[in-house]
Design a protein around this ligand. Structure first.
Ligand SMILES: [Zn+2]
Length: 207
């Protein structure tokens, strides 16, 4: 998320800092542009057996899916995109943070949490670690964090494969069960540091 500052008890502003976060990388993946399908011609294909279920039940089930499964379902056909578009929480995510799901998919953490988990974190303001205002999301496991905790607490500093094996003495096969992310190539930080490779990083607290 872009840098945010709390200016009063109920007011937050976006800081005009070119911090080059994940939000600013790879704007090609246009999930956010697909909300306006509602006025286009009706879909030719339906939901199959799922059509028998009430819409509310489908919404509840979809919100419990991990974000990758949710996105895969969304891509099946136009009807599934319309169904996902009609979920109020998902609409709000796309309207208010259109770059967020794209970023989650790019760093390959979309299997680690559900749309419901993500919406819940976006609907709160406090850092999960210290309770102060949290303007950032730690997207390996979907935690809301403040800048201080995000940059200094070891729980939010994911480790390379080599480091996690050395620090915790874990065998290579045990790493398969740990939440992880893959870095996405691009230029990051106000200094535009170039990240060229896909590097796999593991969640510290789960290790
Ligand atoms: Zn904090």
């Amino acid at each position: 998320m872009a840098a945010i500052q709390k200016t009063s008890e109920s007011t937050y502003i976006f800081l005009k800092i070119a911090d080059n976060t994940l939000d600013d990388i790879d704007r090609q993946f246009g999930l956010e542009n697909q909300l306006d399908l509602d006025s286009s011609p009706p879909p030719r294909y339906g939901l199959g057996a799922l059509e028998r279920l009430p819409l509310e039940i489908i919404h509840l089930a979809l919100m419990q899916l991990d974000i990758q499964s949710f996105t895969d379902f969304r891509r099946v056909n136009k009807r599934t995109r319309l169904i996902t578009n009609s979920i109020p929480q998902y609409r709000n995510i796309l309207i208010h943070t259109p770059e967020l799901i794209r970023g989650i998919i790019n760093i390959e953490t979309a299997r680690n949490f559900s749309c419901q988990d993500l919406y819940k974190k976006l609907s709160t303001a406090e850092c999960d670690h210290c309770g102060e205002f949290g303007g950032y999301l730690y997207l390996v496991t979907c935690h809301r964090v403040c800048l201080l905790c995000f940059t200094e607490e070891t729980d939010y500093l994911p480790l390379s494969r080599k480091d996690v094996m050395r620090k915790f003495g874990l065998e290579s096969e045990l790493l398969a069960n740990l939440p992880r992310m893959r870095s996405f190539p691009g230029r990051y930080s106000p200094r535009e540091i170039k990240c060229r490779r896909h590097e796999t990083l593991f969640d510290h607290s789960a290790a």
